[in-house]
Design a protein around this ligand. Structure first.
Ligand code: MN
Ligand code: MN
Length: 427
């Protein structure tokens, strides 16, 4: 707050911008704790004075969805630096229709509801204890994070070898395009997970299901295919199952032995125990876990970073040269400003269950605006996770050249972190 005032004394600005700055700072005060409020007190008085004269312009007397406005604080009262026409890069699973079946439910977000999200679509799914997402495959690769509970996965690899394994909270899996698989919730309360697909047009409700395919194949053809009488197929479903309730499976060993038969179990690790993975990078302000083809070899087309930001901290200003970024917010709350070039920038607010999107190469930061940890996923349609840091760029460029651009002192330049720290503290 003091810094803002000082800047304003040094740099005369148009009156409108000055007032907006005071109001922006005032709105921050409304969501921080008592200690911060005390520290801001002198600045707050000035803000209150200015607010009185500015209320008329900021008033919003018309019909308003108050609940949504409260959740979209950075749209309701944007930072004064936001400018221009920047596409929406927020959506939430809470807006998606839940397709509820006996055995669980699914909901999705793709390019139809978030037009900017061309490279990635996602599904949030819950399966009851014993509930099955039926045997299927799809044209997109599938990456998943288990959010709650545990599940049994089955698949076959491209050599036809069997895969059966159990995954728990915090673990991941990846099935390449066309690899058939199933998911079944285990006890005591099934599971919930996030599925990420490397295609923005992917639809969970348009995958290749074994029940749908067999129902759309002449019975005599199926009978010939399997060398059995048509009468043996009389009980087969005539509609897709998709999600259905089943009995809990037996032990993992039993299932593996039965699935292997006279063949082999696969040597491909389709799952990854991210729940026990040490942080790739750790700072006092948070930690980052990078999972891509370097440590999870099967995941050739999807890269991920799981980011934890402590209260007051921030995922620093950065960009990704190799792919769009799709985000999923798991804990806490934050805000992200997307810099869309040509003077355009927009800030949006994120809560748990929300989805964000950043086009390839666009600069952005994510700030923890809450009082608890902010946890979110950064997902990319890429073989490897790559990010570039504004701070590191400034420190790996001849200092004279940087100072001529930014008009900052040598002392200030030297204070900028040299490393790509990814998660930086609040000041
Ligand atoms: Mn799938
Ligand atoms: Mn990013």
């Amino acid at each position: 707050m003091e810094k803002v005032e000082q800047e304003m004394k040094e740099t005369p600005e148009p009156a409108e911008v000055s007032r907006r700055r005071f109001l922006g700072a005032g709105s921050v005060a409304a969501i921080v704790g008592a200690a911060e409020l005390t520290a801001m007190a002198s600045g707050q008085q000035a803000a209150d004075t200015r607010k009185a004269e500015h209320d008329r312009s900021e008033s919003n007397p018309g019909p308003e969805n108050q609940g949504l406005a409260a959740l979209s604080a950075d749209s309701e009262l944007p930072p004064a630096t936001d400018h221009g026409d920047t596409p929406t890069f927020w959506t939430s699973f809470a807006l998606a229709r839940r397709r509820i079946e006996e055995g669980g439910w699914a909901r999705q977000t793709n390019v139809k509801d978030l037009p900017i999200a061309k490279e990635i679509a996602a599904v949030n799914m819950r399966l009851t204890s014993g509930g099955v997402r039926e045997l299927h495959w799809h044209a997109a690769a599938e990456w998943s994070l288990m959010l709650n509970g545990s599940a049994r996965l089955t698949a076959i690899d491209t050599e036809g070898n069997a895969y059966v394994n159990d995954v728990g909270k915090g673990d991941l899996w990846y099935f390449p395009a066309g690899v058939p698989h199933s998911i079944q919730g285990l006890g005591p309360d099934g599971c919930e997970f996030l599925l990420v697909f490397d295609d923005g047009t992917f639809s969970e409700f348009d995958t290749t299901l074994v029940s749908d395919w067999t129902a759309r194949t002449p019975r005599e053809v199926l009978a010939k295919n399997w060398g059995v009488p048509v009468s043996a197929l009389a009980g087969m479903p005539t509609e897709e199952l998709y999600i259905f309730q089943a009995e809990l499976p037996g032990s993992l060993e039993e299932d593996r032995r039965a699935a292997r038969g006279r063949g082999k179990l696969t040597e491909v690790a389709f799952d990854f125990k991210a729940s026990t993975m040490p942080a790739t990078l750790h700072t006092p302000s948070g930690e980052v876990r990078v999972i891509d083809s370097r440590n999870f070899p099967v995941s050739t087309n999807i890269a991920a970073a799981l980011v934890r930001v402590r209260p007051g901290g921030m995922r620093e200003l950065h960009w990704h040269p190799n792919a769009d970024e799709w985000q999923y917010y798991i804990e806490g709350q934050g805000r992200m400003t997307l810099f869309a070039n040509g003077g355009k920038a927009r800030t949006m607010t994120f809560h748990l269950g929300d989805v964000g999107y950043v086009p390839r190469t666009f600069g952005h930061y994510i700030e923890n605006t809450g009082t608890t940890d902010l946890v979110f996923l950064e997902m990319f349609k890429a073989n490897r996770y790559v990010d570039l840091s504004l701070s590191q760029w400034m420190r790996r460029t001849p200092p004279k050249l940087v100072k001529e651009h930014l008009k900052i002192s040598e002392e200030t330049l030297q204070a900028i972190p040299e490393a790509n720290e990814r998660v930086v503290p609040g000041k």
